[in-house]
Design a protein around this ligand. Structure first.
Ligand SMILES: [Zn+2]
Length: 129
């Protein structure tokens, strides 16, 4: 019995690993506006830069190149910037996600009532979809 559970779990993990790259590629190629994609990459790069700067700052402080007061001040400022960037990244991601889902929504060609994925007839006018 235990062997079966392990085998099923293993198959599941393999399926995720194999499927994930395709899934990611599909998501990225579907209607993600290039401009916002660039913006997201830019924000992420800036965030990474600040995180690196915080790390450097800690290193410099440890080496005695910075006073504790300067270190804490600078670190605080960097952290505020990182938090602001993270928020912008989250907002942008949410915006992209809502755009993706709204562009996927379909509606009845006859009356415009929103229809669900796989629905064959319109719930409002009965037209074939
Ligand atoms: Zn309809």
């Amino acid at each position: 019995m235990e062997g079966i559970v392990v085998a099923v779990a293993l198959a599941f993990v393999i399926a995720i690993v194999v499927y994930a790259p395709f899934n990611k590629r599909n998501q990225e190629s579907i209607a993600r506006p290039a401009k916002e994609n660039e913006q997201l990459a830019d924000l992420t790069a800036r965030k990474n830069g600040i995180l690196l700067a915080i790390k450097d700052l800690g290193f410099e402080f440890e080496q005695g190149k910075l006073s504790e007061k300067d270190y804490l001040e600078l670190r605080d400022r960097y952290e505020q910037q990182a938090i602001a960037l993270l928020k912008q990244i989250d907002d942008l991601k949410a915006e992209l996600a809502s755009k993706r889902s709204s562009s996927r929504k379909k509606s009845c060609p006859a009356c415009g009532t929103p229809t669900r994925e796989g629905q064959k007839f319109c719930v409002n006018c009965g037209a074939e979809q």
